[in-house]
Design a protein around this ligand. Structure first.
Ligand SMILES: [Zn+2]
Length: 216
């Protein structure tokens, strides 16, 4: 095994004079991120980010920006991908938190696709099979509603709520749930949640007013 310091030159927090707030500000400037899209690792869903980018007017995949020395230092993309089984929100929560911390985000778009493998099994089915084949009990390992997809409206409604309810999801971000048709590439909006604080609400929040977002 290599000694741990071999890769120190590639670690921001190990550089001399490392200043966390300064580094964070530099990161925020390096990528103009606006939208995180969560979708399935099924190869048939590979065009989901392009479809979402078109729907939301995002720059995707954009271009990598290099400095004078040819090092990759930034990107023009405004959309990041989180690719997980079934496109379920449970697997994307931490990635959304990190994306907000480093770059700031406005939208989280959760996409479940037609003919998904996650619709081919049940929560009981995978738990029982796992016990037989692996000899271990995963019945309490994952939230049951997040294991498979039995109904698209139910799964998307659950995932938008889960993402919204997470304290690691920025309050101002809108959360969307879409079904993507793998044959036509069509996106169908099923559920949306526009957050508790919108940028416009700050302007509407005049002194003396205790209600948000109620001005003309
Ligand atoms: Zn899938």
């Amino acid at each position: 095994m290599s000694p741990s310091h071999v890769f120190d030159a590639y670690t921001f927090s190990k550089q001399p004079g490392y200043d966390e707030p300064v580094v964070r500000r530099e990161f925020a400037k390096a990528v103009p991120l606006r939208t995180v899209v969560v979708y399935c690792y099924d190869p048939r869903a590979v065009a989901v980010p392009a479809a979402v980018a078109k729907e939301f007017g995002e720059v995707y995949p954009g271009e990598i920006v290099t400095d004078a020395a040819g090092r990759k230092v930034a990107s023009t993309t405004t959309l990041f991908e989180v690719v997980v089984a079934g496109g379920r929100a449970i697997d994307a929560l931490r990635s959304v938190t990190v994306a907000q911390h480093l770059f700031g985000i406005e939208n989280v778009v959760i996409v479940h696709h037609t003919q998904c493998g996650a619709t081919s099994f049940t929560a009981n089915g995978i738990v029982d099979a796992w016990a037989r084949e692996q000899g271990t009990d995963i019945s309490a390992l994952y939230e049951r509603e997040s294991i498979c997809i039995g109904d698209y409206v139910t799964s998307l409604t659950h995932d938008v709520r889960l993402m919204r309810a997470s304290p690691g999801t920025p309050r101002q971000a809108s959360v969307y749930g879409y079904v993507y048709d793998i044959d036509t590439h069509a996106l169908t909006l099923v559920v949306q949640d526009h957050g508790t604080i919108r940028p416009a609400d700050f302007a509407a929040c005049a002194p003396g007013s205790h209600e948000v977002g109620t001005s003309r």
